[in-house]
Ligand binder design. Sequence first.
Ligand code: HEC
Ligand code: HEC
Length: 407
Amino acid sequence: MNLSTFLRRLAPLTLAGAAFATLATPSFYGTVYEHQPDAATLTRVGRVLFFDRSLSASGRMACASCHDPAHAFGPPNALSTQRGGPRLDQIGLRAAPSLMYRAATPSFSEHYQESEGDDSIDAGPTGGFTWDGRAASVHEQAAIPLLAPNEMANTSPADVVARLGRSPSATAFKAAFGPHVLAHPDLAWKGLLLALEVFQQNPAEFSPYSSKYDAFLRGQAQLSAAERRGLAVFNNPDQGNCASCHISAIRRGVFPRFTDDGLIALGVPRNRTLPANANPAFFDLGLCGPLRTDLRQHADYCGRFKTPSLRNVATRQAFFHNGVYHRLDEAVRFYSLRDTQPDKLYRDAHGRPQRVPDDLPAAYRANLNQDAPFGPQRGAKPPLSEADVQDIVAFLKTLTDGYQPAR
Ligand code: HEC
Ligand code: HEC
């Protein structure tokens, strides 16, 4: 659901019969709120809410605690997954993604057809928010952490609105939506999600396209020899083939986000440091559950997770949906070793090397993606040499925003 559909859905919630005698002329918002904040106001309020720790049960956790602007709106530390809950002692299943370059994410579809090129090609499950695409939009997404017991741990939307009423953000919120908005928890809740969403669409903060690679694409910077080699391996369909999923080229004048938003099973190793994984029968299978519940019957979807943007990836200290790796070179090397030297990656329940993915039950192994760089036989030469891995890492570092050309 895009922003305007969302606003249209708000319309039935108008305050007919409520305390407002006069409402401004119907507009973009219908006659929903006393005030009709413009995008700049929503952005400002959304930013205030994003940093407001008092919206959590612990009083110590804001959106920014896990999505830190100093780390491309990703996690500020090397923990695989962040701690939340009322006492900040609950350990989640998934790594916090960067929130940058998310605004153009298509809504989830099981049969995605690219709007460009050959639209008869079914690209399969694509889009949506979170690692399994279960949130249809950024405002739906924001409800998840606010209400998740292991994150901001509010018990209901009304609970969030009550906290908002007592928080320092209340003044800005009422100035934006009207003095009585907090008396209407439904509306206040929707206003809060809307402000957070509009804030996250602010291009200056969330999609500045200010990396060295962007400067290179604009013809304003040269890549170093290692960065150029890394880009070539990244793009080469017979070698890294990374760009087949992490799109690297300008298409129809649009700069690349380094994702095609596809949901793909890579067979990332089990992260044995996560408490949920102490149970050998537990598996986070992404698209087919357990966090996502509508596609449980689709055995062919088990193990699929959303392809993340690689923009700003070098600012991260935990990689893949379960944060199993803490170094970028390890994350890149995974692609080269999965099929050629799997025993270097996977362990059995006793910690001994094994040859098959250890976080995907055997019944779902056929779901694993087999395109390059995957596919070579076990024991064959890894598709990426150690020098290739280092070159790719050098290239990925050019995707960090805030590049200052040397003078
Ligand atoms: C405790 C850490 C934590 C907090 C606090 C948190 N998030 Fe997240 N966020 C995550 C994790 C983990 C995911 C991935 C969830 C999943 O895949 O199930 C995520 C995913 C997202 C996504 C989807 C991104 C994508 O690429 O699909 C958005 C948007 C988002 N969060 C926004 C917010 C907002 C807004 C807030 C505050 C209301 C917030 N988050 C608070 C950890 C957090
Ligand atoms: C077939 C599609 C596909 C190809 C090809 C591919 N990736 Fe990925 N990439 C993904 C998916 C899906 C994930 C998330 C998987 C997960 O967490 O289970 C991912 C995750 C990553 C991550 C972790 C990012 C983060 O935020 O945690 C890095 C780094 C990465 N890929 C780099 C590469 C490189 C380098 C190559 C080429 C050698 C490559 N990818 C090829 C689909 C692909």
